[in-house]
Every structure is written in structure tokens, then in C-alpha cells.
Design a binder for this molecule. Structure first.
Ligand SMILES: Nc1ncnc2c1ncn2[C@@H]1O[C@H](COP(=O)(O)OP(=O)(O)O)[C@@H](O)[C@H]1O
Ligand SMILES: [Mg+2]
Length: 225
């Protein structure tokens, strides 16, 4: 048995747009252990986000295999893939991606609507998650009334809505000042201590320095340590 929660085997991704094809990933084999705190690092344009999208089942590789908790994602149709994502993976992005017309609490609830959380439990659970990220008093605020760091904490609460095993984050502090970055990182470390598998794509060395495990991406490949 292998304790890898995420594993890729020889994954390649080629983007085709018009006449141009870009080989974003060129044979990536790697794994991420269950319960680990991992950073995926590397220069801009070298395939980090592509790798994150593939291991999160947001996109499909051109070749090779991605396994999440032992399931080969290529065997899943789009519906099953969406179900696996919804149940096991929470996503956080650089620009928060909150819905501007909804309150913090409603933003967190949007993630529950697609899953099995019964409607009458959604409000209480959403409040609990906002309290967990230190925003109990901001449940009724709209994103425009929150700072960047607070918006990202709402996005983390939303990512936790379905109690995923894995949090996959693409430059989650890339748009934050250093105080807000520290707050977000403290939350991620606390979640890690509670057993979540944390995966952060970053080119920030301070953040990478906090990881237990670093995966270095260069030119669409993994640099061996
Ligand atoms: N949807 C896309 N269509 C075409 N090319 C893309 C697409 N997404 C990324 N790329 C290209 O793939 C390469 C890797 O991009 P990306 O994974 O976003 O890198 P990183 O996250 O490390 O900055 C880049 O050359 C980028 O321009
Ligand atoms: Mg990127």
C-alpha cells in the first residue's frame, strides 16, 4: 500500500490554441502524502498551475495518469470527476473568486448546495467555518466590505465547506500584504495540524520555507532534490 493521497505518473499537458501548441507539462511523476504540507514551487509560466488543475481534476492530462486517493481520474466521466472534487478537494485561488453580490456566509454556502449538506444545516455550518477562520463577526458582510486577507479567509472557509481531505491552493497569498499572508498561513498550519493535506502553489520563498515537502517545477518537469 502507498500512503500517497495524490500521485501522477508521467503526466503531460499540451495546450492547443489555434496553430500554437504549448507543452506545459512534460512527463511529471510525483506524489503527495496524505496529511502532508507541500509546496509546489517554480518560476512563472513553468507549469505549476497546470499541475494543480490536473491533480485537482479541474482539467485532464494529454497523457499519463493522475490518481487521487487511489482513483485513476481518467476513468471518471465529468460527473463523477465533479463528485470526487466536491467531496475530497477544496480549492483556493489567488484572486479569492468570491461572488460579489453574496455575503461571506452565502459565499460559503454556495459550496454546500452542490453536495449533501442538508439545507437546514448549511447556515450553522457556514457560521462555524467563518468562526474557524476568525470571521465570525463578518458573516453578513459582502466581499467589497472586507480586506483582501479577510476575503481570502472567506475563500478558505468556502473551500472547507464539504470537509475535504485536501486543500489545493494556487498562490493563495499572492495578492496579500505580509500581515494578511501571516494570518492565512497560520490558518493553513492549524488545518494541517488537524489532519488536512495542504498543497500550496507559490513562488514565495518564505512560504515554501514553511513546507514539509517541496516539489520544484521547471520547464514542465520536476526537478529532483
Ligand atoms: N489555457 C491555456 N491555454 C494555452 N496555454 C496555456 C493555458 N494555460 C497555461 N498555458 C501555458 O502553459 C504554460 C504553463 O502555464 P502555467 O501552468 O499557468 O504556469 P505557472 O502556473 O507556473 O505560471 C505557460 O506557457 C502558459 O502560457
Ligand atoms: Mg500559475
Amino acid at each position: 500500500m502507498n500512503s500517497a493521497l495524490i500521485r501522477t505518473e508521467n503526466v503531460a499537458k499540451v495546450y492547443e490554441s489555434g496553430d500554437i501548441s504549448t507543452a506545459a507539462l512534460r512527463g511529471v511523476t510525483m506524489e503527495i502524502a496524505k496529511g502532508s504540507f507541500t509546496c509546489i514551487v517554480g518560476p512563472s509560466g513553468h507549469g505549476k498551475s497546470t499541475l494543480m488543475h490536473l491533480i485537482g481534476g479541474l482539467d485532464r492530462p494529454t497523457a499519463g495518469s493522475v490518481y487521487v486517493d487511489g482513483t485513476d481520474l481518467c476513468c471518471l466521466d465529468n460527473r463523477s470527476l465533479a463528485r470526487l472534487r466536491g467531496g475530497k478537494i477544496g480549492f483556493v485561488f489567488q484572486f479569492f473568486n468570491l461572488l460579489p453580490g453574496l455575503t461571506a456566509k452565502e459565499n460559503v454556502e454556495t459550496s454546500m448546495m452542490l453536495s449533501g449538506v442538508p439545507e437546514k444545516e448549511q447556515a450553522a455550518r457556514s457560521r462555524e467555518l467563518l468562526a474557524l477562520v476568525g470571521l465570525a463577526d463578518k458573516a453578513d458582510s459582502k466581499p467589497s466590505q472586507l480586506s483582501g486577507g479577510q476575503q481570502q479567509r472567506v475563500a478558505i472557509a468556502r473551500a472547507l465547506a464539504n470537509d475535504p481531505d485536501i486543500l489545493l491552493m494556487d498562490e493563495p497569498t499572492g495578492n496579500l500584504d505580509s500581515a494578511a499572508e501571516k494570518e492565512v498561513m497560520e490558518i493553513l498550519h492549524a488545518l494541517h495540524r488537524h489532519g488536512k493535506t495542504i498543497v500550496i502553489v507559490t513562488h514565495n520563498n518564505d512560504i515554501a520555507g514553511q513546507a514539509e515537502h517541496i516539489i520544484q517545477v521547471k520547464d514542465g518537469q520536476i526537478l529532483l532534490p
